[in-house]
Design a protein around this ligand. Structure first.
Ligand code: PAF
Length: 290
């Protein structure tokens, strides 16, 4: 596996592969890789001939006071893991390579509506930072397809919308959430949990699952389910930002006669230093039960 820090080198390699008729898959990450990321790499390997992974901790998606400075940077270990997964190219650009004019007065990509709801309401500017850097990375790598985790369901929808609205020639693929043995969604930020908080954390998954099962069984009092979920998480010792039932296709507010398959349950909570997000697409529960 080659490691490149410069855009020209990555572009030249990807172009060379594509000119041989090879399909190039891309997995953008911020590093500190865990099994969840490695599954994205495996997914990309299944659907493409060559896999490029980027590691770039993107400053523009962190608000002042968030964990940009302390975000774990573990390049050596990450690159070893990627080598074992047989990734073909690691792109690890500097901030100056990605943002050559600095971070002020930037041209940005804003996906209206989707960026302001749910996590966007609690992290203003976050999804503009994400859409901007993903657009830049797509322009740098020029992949045929890109794989994103469905754990970050809102991010996945923001990127899909960006690609549709801007006619970007990249196929966006969502990969299922990787979970620990007790249901906790894998995340780099789980490392912030103290042992006692780590024991509590799977309550988030259990709560979302209970709500998704109620929806799959036909319950449609969304307000009641959301307040029940909120109470359950607060009682478990978490501080919820939101517990929300939405249309899976576009995260809009659902109407009661929607089929269960069209719904997704999402939540974000604070637990100690960590802010945890998770979601369950009700269609997955329906499939399990059939
Ligand atoms: O999901 C992430 O790790 C980041 O938001 C992404 C997509 C790599 C953009 O910085």
């Amino acid at each position: 596996m080659e490691t490149e820090r410069q855009i020209d080198a990555v572009r030249a390699q990807v172009r060379a592969w594509q000119s041989q008729g090879l399909k190039v898959g891309f997995v953008p990450t911020m590093g500190n890789l865990h099994e969840g990321h490695l599954r994205l790499v495996r997914h990309a390997r299944r659907v493409s001939d060559r896999v490029v992974v980027s590691i770039f901790v993107n400053p523009t998606q962190f608000a002042p006071g968030e964990d940009f400075e302390s975000y774990p940077r573990t390049m050596e270990r990450d690159s070893e893991l990627l080598r074992e997964e047989l990734a073909d190219l690691l792109f690890n650009p500097t901030v100056a390579e990605v943002y050559p004019r600095g971070l002020d007065h930037l041209a940005t990509v804003h996906v209206p509506g989707l960026s302001e709801i749910l996590c966007g309401a609690y992290r203003p500017g976050h999804f503009t930072g994400v859409a901007t850097v993903v657009c830049k990375l797509f322009n740098m790598v020029v992949p045929d397809c890109a794989v994103f985790g469905r754990k970050d369901f809102q991010q996945f929808q923001v990127i899909r919308r960006m690609v549709t609205d801007l006619n970007m020639p990249v196929e966006i693929i969502g990969s299922p959430t990787a979970r620990e043995y007790d249901g906790l969604a894998m995340s780099s930020r789980n490392a912030y949990l103290e042992p006692a908080q780590r024991e509590l954390a799977p309550a988030l998954y259990r709560c979302l699952r209970r709500l998704a099962e109620a929806l799959a069984a036909g319950e449609r009092d969304f307000g009641m389910l959301e307040s029940d979920g909120w109470r359950e998480l607060a009682t478990a010792g978490m501080l919820p930002d939101y517990v929300s039932i939405r249309r899976r296709a576009d995260l809009s507010e659902p109407v009661p006669d929607l089929p269960a398959n069209d719904l997704v349950v999402l939540a974000a909570v604070h637990l100690g230093r960590a802010r945890l997000i998770d979601n369950i697409e009700v269609a997955d529960i329906v499939t399990e039960g059939s």
